[in-house]
Design a protein around this ligand. Structure first.
Ligand SMILES: NC(=O)c1ccc[n+]([C@@H]2O[C@H](COP(=O)([O-])OP(=O)(O)OC[C@H]3O[C@@H](n4cnc5c(N)ncnc54)[C@H](OP(=O)(O)O)[C@@H]3O)[C@@H](O)[C@H]2O)c1
Length: 310
């Protein structure tokens, strides 16, 4: 166990650790990296042994749901389990295209998706069902998606309703007042949603941050992540933050910056590397940045092009 802090996930009232586990990296072939079954079991159990209590996955993440079901469903009461809906049931990723599948938000597909997730995750309920890919309010209304989710909630198959949302649609989603949580991309290198996070949090929602370690961008030991996200590393370097690190590694600083946003509840960082998991726990255990460092970092980041979007 570690000293990871917890925060309340908005109006759900549930306490979760400020570091969560993003399980997209566990999707396997053809779109992800491979890992042996033994190493995977060790990694997922280490996540829980470390005290992390929030796990995020999706129908869209290949083998991720089944792997969670296989390796940690016997410890189901130790973690808050979040998956997604709208992903087309039966869609299979192609070996050549690095893109997700289509999304359909009607009753048949949402219900079939939840039933499939429950089977794959080897559980009788999801703690959180998040609408994937930020569809417009109009699409949600045309498909009666919220009512479908509420019906699943009444049946006990899901506990809370969430949105994986981005600008511009997230503004309408917040105003709808039906979502208990929002999953939002954010880091010091990608600050577009800084104000949306504040607005969603002020409306009472729990905030799940993705991209909050900038996909490993500023670290020195992750060439794969850098090649996927060169711009994240560039922004960090251009901001010239070295004198603000005060003993932190660049990755620690990035993760602490994310945790300093007062709206953040949990930062769901994905990793397949046990050493990175340890490092991420240590970074989050350091807590938020001092206020003066945070303000100065925001100023320099804005000058380097990373600023909130109205
Ligand atoms: N639309 C959506 O709803 C949506 C979209 C994307 C992601 N998500 C969710 O959000 C989670 C997080 O996604 P993400 O985009 O932030 O990234 P991610 O896909 O989880 O990947 C994180 C990357 O950072 C690296 N990394 C992690 N810790 C590190 C460390 N200490 N040092 C160096 N590199 C490190 C990992 O590599 P190693 O394995 O080598 O550590 C990996 O390449 C996903 O797992 C998924 O659950 C949701």
């Amino acid at each position: 166990m570690t000293d990871l802090a917890t925060r309340t996930l908005g109006r759900t009232g549930v306490e979760v650790t400020t570091l969560g586990f993003g399980a997209m990296e566990l999707r396997g072939a053809p779109r992800g990296r491979e890992i042996s079954d033994g190493d995977l079991g060790k990694l997922l159990n280490t996540v829980l042994d470390s005290g992390i209590t929030f796990v995020d996955t999706s129908i869209d993440y290949g083998a991720s749901e089944e792997r969670i079901g296989k390796h940690i469903s016997h410890r189901r009461n130790e973690y808050f389990l979040a998956s997604k809906c709208g992903c087309l049931v039966g869609w299979e990723p192609s070996a050549t295209e690095d893109r997700g599948g289509p999304h359909v938000y009607d009753r048949a597909n949402i219900t079939a998706g939840v039933e499939q997730s429950l089977r794959r995750l080897n559980t009788d309920h999801l703690d959180l069902l998040q609408i994937h890919m930020t569809p417009s309010k109009k699409v949600l209304e045309e498909n009666d998606t919220i009512q479908v989710m509420k019906d699943l909630q009444k049946e006990g198959k899901i506990r809370f309703l969430g949105m994986s949302g981005t600008l511009p649609n997230i503004t309408d989603h917040i105003a709808m007042g039906v979502f208990d949580t929002f999953q939002i991309p954010y880091s010091c290198s990608q600050r577009e949603h800084e104000d949306a996070i504040s607005q969603a949090s002020a409306a009472g929602a729990g905030i799940i941050i993705r991209g909050g370690a900038a996909r490993g961008a500023p670290s020195t030991d992750n060439e794969r992540a850098h090649s996927r996200n060169p711009e994240l590393k560039t922004v960090f370097e251009q901001a010239g933050l070295d004198d603000l690190l005060n003993g932190d590694t660049a990755m620690e600083f990035v993760m602490r910056f994310t945790a300093t946003h007062p709206g953040m509840t949990t930062n769901i960082v994905g990793t397949m590397n046990p050493d990175h998991l340890k490092a991420n726990i240590a970074a989050m255990a350091k807590g938020p940045l001092p206020a003066d460092v945070y303000e100065e970092a925001k100023r320099r980041l804005a000058a380097a092009g990373s600023a909130p979007q109205a």
